[in-house]
Write a protein that binds this ligand. Structure first.
Ligand SMILES: [Zn+2]
Length: 281
């Protein structure tokens, strides 16, 4: 009897071992977290994704992503799993902002040097993205501030003082200055920036495997570069530094260079049942 039970237990674990769990939505700006124990390789189209020891991997779709994406998971025993995602066309808001100071719409020449210097710093720090294999984001996601009014949605096409500009790559939440801002998940602080022309004081956190979050226009920053922060830890205070018409948090999320809708991370509840795909033996 014991032997039969043991065989059943082994069978059960091997069957369970070849499954793929997915959380999140396949839409432009969407994010998907996956878990596949015993996976040796995971690919999205031609890109090999990072998979950590627990089998976690993540991928996202840019604001302007379209067409088909093929996810392929290869297991130790030679089995594989494939799933195709077809992205629907997405419509974005057109947002007109007219009260902006002129220097923020078309910056005067005297700011060029500063802006270029800041771009370079950002570019250098962004080279670090994708170097962390561990899925720190597996701690789950929270909204970095409580309440507030959404003053600009993710992806909005922006027209500043009548001049068309690049789309809004984050989510703006208007709140009183001084409101505490929390880390949306576990991660490592890769950039603490002070007084940047556009973004003001801000923080970028690397959540592993190419997933990052940014918190812009802060009044105060409580963390340092290189520091590890936990989900929910206070990292700063809402402010209106940089290009801002009033105190608000600009919260943005990226997977490598793909612009993700921050609200999509909140739809991923890792403690709730995922979509489970069993892979036949
Ligand atoms: Zn914003």
């Amino acid at each position: 009897m014991k032997r039969v039970l043991l065989i059943f237990a082994i069978l059960f674990t091997t069957i369970r071992a070849q499954q793929v769990e997915l959380w999140g939505r396949a839409i432009p700006g969407g994010l998907i977290v996956g878990k596949a124990t015993n996976a040796v390789q995971v690919r999205l189209n031609k890109k090999a994704l990072k998979v950590d020891g627990a089998g976690y991997f993540v991928f996202g779709f840019d604001r302007d992503a379209k067409g088909k994406y093929l996810l392929a998971v290869y297991f130790k025993n030679g089995k594989s799993f494939r799933k195709e995602f077809k992205l629907k066309k997405w419509k974005y808001f057109v947002q007109r902002i007219n009260r902006l100071k002129r220097k923020f719409v078309t910056p005067p020449k005297k700011y060029y040097k500063k802006i270029n210097r800041e771009r370079k710093i950002k570019r250098e720090k962004k080279k670090l993205i994708g170097k962390i294999d561990t899925a720190y984001y597996a701690a789950g996601f929270i909204r970095p501030v409580k309440g507030g009014r959404i003053s600009s949605k993710f992806g909005s096409q922006r027209i500043l003082n009548g001049v068309p500009k690049s789309p809004h790559n984050g989510l703006d939440i208007a709140l009183p200055a001084g409101t505490k801002v929390r880390a949306m998940s576990d991660g490592k602080v890769i950039l603490v920036a002070n007084n940047f022309f556009y973004s003001g004081n801000f923080v970028i956190i690397d959540h592993g495997q190419g997933l990052t979050s940014s918190y812009l226009h802060l009044r105060k920053i409580y963390v340092r570069e290189g520091e590890f922060v936990r989900k929910g830890e206070i990292i700063g205070e809402v402010g209106s530094t940089g290009r801002a018409t009033g105190p608000h948090l600009h919260w943005s999320v990226m997977w490598y260079k793909n612009r993700i809708d921050p609200n999509e991370t909140l739809k991923i509840k890792l403690n709730r049942k995922p979509k489970i795909y069993a892979v036949k033996n």
